[in-house]
Write a protein that binds this ligand. Structure first.
Ligand code: MG
Ligand code: MG
Length: 259
């Protein structure tokens, strides 16, 4: 098994800059998202914001992915390719953004409502975001990775949602995907021990129906097998001696730091 790379405090500050840019970009998407916009319009917003900050869109060209944002509508879980499709009233849209800033990666995702959405879709989004935070709350030096996974799974399944198995979170640093894999399901008390300086992206994908997913013919877009909607929330977080440090927040949302 490949090694888990620990980051120094100074490296984590650089990752915080990358994470803050991702947060700012997702906030911009949330502010602008509207009925009639195309998924390409979202991609352009994302790409322009990243480039204006002097950073690089991490997804563009990654294994051949053609865009800067993954934009996934309703039954699309993740890895949707931006294009001419227009957002409609009642859609939910998951937007995943990755950047490289000063050599360090940031990765975060959120689902957004377009116009008026159903109560069922709102609840799916709320529970998915809450499931992410159930996982984040477990993060601390000395805890097992499985404690995060099981907290997410228990919360999601107790509310009747399917937890996607085929895609998982990941370590992150100078590469987008490092060890360890961070599943959103599995038993507590198992898996690698978290240590101060580890940085991981936690990213539950919850389905309104069953957890099974399939890949569409475009080779990228992952959709629910039963065509029911799905939501996705992700944060990049660092493990600390006393808990967790969420790196993919706006600078204004970060706790005051004395340097
Ligand atoms: Mg992501
Ligand atoms: Mg990720």
């Amino acid at each position: 098994m490949a090694k888990i790379i620990l980051k120094t405090a100074a490296e984590i500050e650089l990752m915080r800059n990358a994470g803050a840019l991702v947060a700012e970009t997702l906030k911009l998407v949330g502010d602008k998202i509207t009925v009639g916009m195309t998924t390409s319009d979202i991609d352009k917003l994302v790409e322009d914001n990243i480039l204006a900050a002097g950073a690089t869109p991490a997804f563009k060209g990654y294994h051949g992915f053609p865009a800067s944002a993954c934009v996934s509508i309703n039954e699309e879980v993740v890895h949707g390719i931006p294009g001419p499709r227009k957002l409609q009233d009642g859609d939910i849209v998951s937007v995943d953004v990755g950047v490289i800033l000063d050599g360090w990666f940031g990765d975060s995702a959120a689902s957004f409502a377009v116009g008026e959405i159903s109560e069922a879709k709102q609840k799916l989004m709320d529970v998915t975001r809450e499931a992410l935070f159930c996982g984040i709350e477990k993060v601390c030096n000395g805890v097992r990775l499985g404690d995060i996974s099981s907290a997410i799974q228990e919360y999601a399944e107790s509310r009747g949602y399917g937890v996607v198995r085929d895609l998982v979170g990941h370590g992150i640093g100078r590469k987008m995907h490092e060890e360890p894999q961070v599943p959103n399901y599995g038993p507590a008390g198992k898996g690698p021990l978290l240590k101060t300086g580890m940085v991981i992206a936690i990213e539950p994908m919850l389905n309104a129906g069953d957890y099974e997913v399939i890949t569409k013919k475009d080779g990228w877009t992952i959709v629910t097998a039963d065509e029911q909607p799905s939501a996705h929330f992700e944060h990049t977080v660092a493990v600390t001696d006393t808990g967790v440090d969420i790196l993919s927040l706006l600078k204004t949302e970060q706790p005051e730091r004395v340097s």
